[in-house]
Design a protein around this ligand. Structure first.
Ligand code: KG4
Ligand code: ZN
Length: 335
């Protein structure tokens, strides 16, 4: 089955064609990040308008790169939520119209489940069951993944997502948006042990996260110790990143041990952080647990993960009608 997937939940307009559930024939991403950078974050109205401009050329390029014609497509998938409603509507409506015109099955994909599925596009892919962390600008969720269509949410952030904390701390340090890559690069020049920021682990046995205290601790530190040099900023970046890494490693290893899983996958924009992936890989190896992260092109928002997740939903009859709408918040994972 060949599925066309579309992603437009935030600031990337993306289209991809997937054969089966894990063979990516093409994946095209038009990023709006340069347009939002001057505002220090994503401007929803600007995002919607840019999706409208990009959607047709991006889908056309994805079809061309796959070397396919419209009549070769067997199913259509698009991100249904969570995300910015105006942005979601562009890709979702485009996909709905495409499916309706061609009489094709249509899947409305949960963005977080698509990030989980990006692990199944990774080589070697994790074997079921495994623990997955979806860690992005909007979410820090731990799942127990039983199969390609069955997941249990074990924990999530109670306040800021990890990526959001990276972005806010980057702002405090005067770095650009998005903040993750800038913090990671700067942290390489600082000693993570020079400053100790709090590691919030919450109650014993909880797999939830809380990053707002860490973010405030960084802001307080910078207020009390004005940054005089590039070295000062590097020390703060390294100490902050090290606190995030410690908490993420601790929670993931505890989750894996509690479910007797020998494999952990991490996906989402923050999974592009190679320092995090290396630290987790090292610590997990001590418990004989293997860590997998997708290539950077599949960590951030992309449509290959949406198409592949949609293919599974179509296989299992979980399709959408023309009356289905997008949703902004992940109230019900399988809605
Ligand atoms: O998955 P994604 O592209 O979009 C959302 O669904 O949110 O994730 C974007 C987030 C941003 O917060 C960005 O700062 C973070 O991923 N990010 C990183 C890195 N690259 C991107 N965070 C830490 N280190 C990185 N190298
Ligand atoms: Zn995402």
């Amino acid at each position: 089955m060949i599925v066309l997937g579309i992603e437009s939940s935030c600031d990337e307009t993306a289209a991809a064609v997937v054969d089966g559930y894990d063979r990516v024939l093409s994946s095209v991403i038009a990023s709006q990040v340069d347009a939002h950078r001057p505002y220090g974050g994503v401007v929803p109205e600007l995002a919607s308008r840019m999706h409208v401009e990009a959607i047709t050329p991006v889908v056309t390029r994805a079809m061309d790169k796959a070397g396919l014609l419209i009549q070769d497509i067997d199913g259509v998938a698009a991100t249904r939520g969570p995300g910015l409603v105006g942005a979601l509507l562009v890709g979702f409506s485009f996909a709905k119209a495409f499916a309706w015109a061609r009489h094709l099955p249509f899947a409305g994909v949960n963005h977080l489940e698509a990030h989980i599925h990006s692990l199944l596009l990774t080589r070697p892919a994790p074997e079921f069951p495994f623990i997955a962390l979806v860690v992005s600008g909007g979410h820090t969720n731990i799942y127990h993944v039983f199969s390609d269509n069955r997941f249990e949410l074990m924990g999530q952030t109670r306040d800021d997502a990890a990526g959001e904390a990276f972005d806010k701390v980057a702002k405090t340090l005067g770095l650009g948006y998005p903040g993750g890559p800038g913090i990671e690069a700067l942290a390489k020049k600082g000693d993570p042990g020079d400053i100790v920021f709090p590691r919030s682990l919450l109650e014993k046995g909880s797999f939830d996260f809380s990053f707002s205290g860490l973010k405030s601790a960084v802001a307080r530190y910078v207020h009390e110790h004005p940054l005089q040099s590039h070295e000062d900023k590097a020390r703060v970046a390294a100490a902050f990143q090290s606190a995030v890494i410690d908490v993420v490693c601790e929670k993931l290893l505890a989750a894996a041990r509690s479910r007797s899983c020998r494999q952990i996958g991490i996906s989402g924009g923050v999974a592009a952080n190679q320092t995090l992936v290396a630290a987790l890989t090292r610590r997990a190896a001590r418990h004989r647990i293997r860590v997998m992260a997708p290539p950077v092109s599949l960590c951030g928002d992309n449509a290959a993960m949406v198409a592949a997740r949609g293919a599974v939903m179509i296989r299992d009859g979980q399709t959408c009608g023309l009356d289905h709408d997008v949703f902004s918040r992940a109230l019900n994972l399988s809605a």
